[in-house]
Ligand binder design. Structure first.
Ligand SMILES: NC(=O)c1ccc[n+]([C@@H]2O[C@H](COP(=O)([O-])OP(=O)(O)OC[C@H]3O[C@@H](n4cnc5c(N)ncnc54)[C@H](OP(=O)(O)O)[C@@H]3O)[C@@H](O)[C@H]2O)c1
Length: 265
């Protein structure tokens, strides 16, 4: 896909991978419709992209866990003079802890942000994207999407849901001008882990990528019309090998692979 001149909606654009993607896509000549929870960072990144890269940027803060905010965002996108060609469902969050004792509000927030929001945005924007000569929906999943994720069980399951959704949509939309990319980041150095209250000290630095490196891979995957992509070969290989293991071995292997779960209270 040629990126120059395309209009891209990016959720979670204020920091981390979304912010790096905004920069990379502006450099590729895209117009941007950005959204995130808070407005301050959106204002500053929009000003930066406009002043330094001459990009056409508009933004709207919206809480994607909130139904009326999600609808408000869709209305805003629907009334833009130039409709979007690409939707990037990037916003996501997790909350580390044991499933049985975690706060129910955290579970609901993860389901709302990591599942409900991308499903709604994708479904509601397909009719608009279908009017474009060439369009794409990017879904940011995770390398762990089909692996056990102890301490982030609901988050991991949400990513599994997104990867499965992406493959089904890729089949359903195969004959249309709308294509699908499901992207699977590995550990990325963003505020995500701190927000999730995770201790990353046991994760070897070797596994951790910068958000800029991950964003560059996403841009490359968009340009190459990939359907399924990872941050790097290690993520692809690790996910593939782990998925081939019998579940009994996989659950044993992943029980304490990167971190220890908090003790039961
Ligand atoms: N970092 C990793 O290691 C990693 C690994 C695999 C997959 N991923 C996935 O990659 C994507 C981006 O992750 P990241 O590491 O860049 O995360 P991040 O740095 O924590 O950024 C999350 C983004 O989502 C937005 N957001 C959070 N809650 C929101 C809400 N209720 N409504 C609207 N927007 C909200 C945040 O906006 P505010 O700044 O305004 O709060 C922020 O822009 C996520 O889908 C994540 O699951 C990340």
């Amino acid at each position: 896909m040629e990126l120059n001149g395309k209009v891209v909606v990016i959720t979670g654009a204020s920091r981390g991978i979304g912010r790096a993607l905004s920069l990379a896509l502006a450099k590729s000549g895209c117009g941007l419709l950005l959204t995130a929870l808070e407005s301050d960072e959106l204002t500053s990144i929009s000003e930066y992209l406009t002043a330094n890269l001459g990009a056409s940027v508009a933004f709207m803060p919206a809480d994607l866990t909130n139904e009326s905010d999600r609808r408000r965002l869709l209305d805003w996108i629907g009334t833009r003079e130039q409709p979007p060609d690409i939707l990037i469902n990037n916003a996501g969050a997790g909350r580390f802890g044991r499933f049985a004792s975690c706060d129910w509000r955290d579970v609901e927030q993860m389901i709302d942000l990591d599942i409900r929001a991308p499903v709604l945005l994708t479904r509601e924007l397909i009719p608009i994207l279908s009017t474009r000569p060439e369009a794409k929906i990017v879904i940011i999943s995770s390398t762990v999407s089909r692996l056990p994720y102890p301490g982030l069980a609901v988050y991991g399951a949400a990513k599994g849901f997104l990867s499965s959704l992406s493959e089904s949509l890729a089949c359903e939309l195969a004959e249309t001008n709308v294509s699908i990319l499901c992207f699977h980041p590995g550990f990325t150095n963003t505020p995500f882990m701190a927000s999730a209250a995770m201790d990353m000290s046991a994760v070897p630095k070797f596994f951790i990528r910068s958000p800029e490196a991950v964003a560059a891979r996403i841009v490359r995957a968009i340009k190459n019309d990939a359907v399924w992509a990872y941050s790097d070969f290690g993520c692809r290989f690790g996910a593939m090998v782990a998925a081939l293991l019998p579940s009994r071995i996989r659950t044993r292997l992943f029980r304490n692979l990167f971190w220890r779960l908090p003790h039961e209270e």
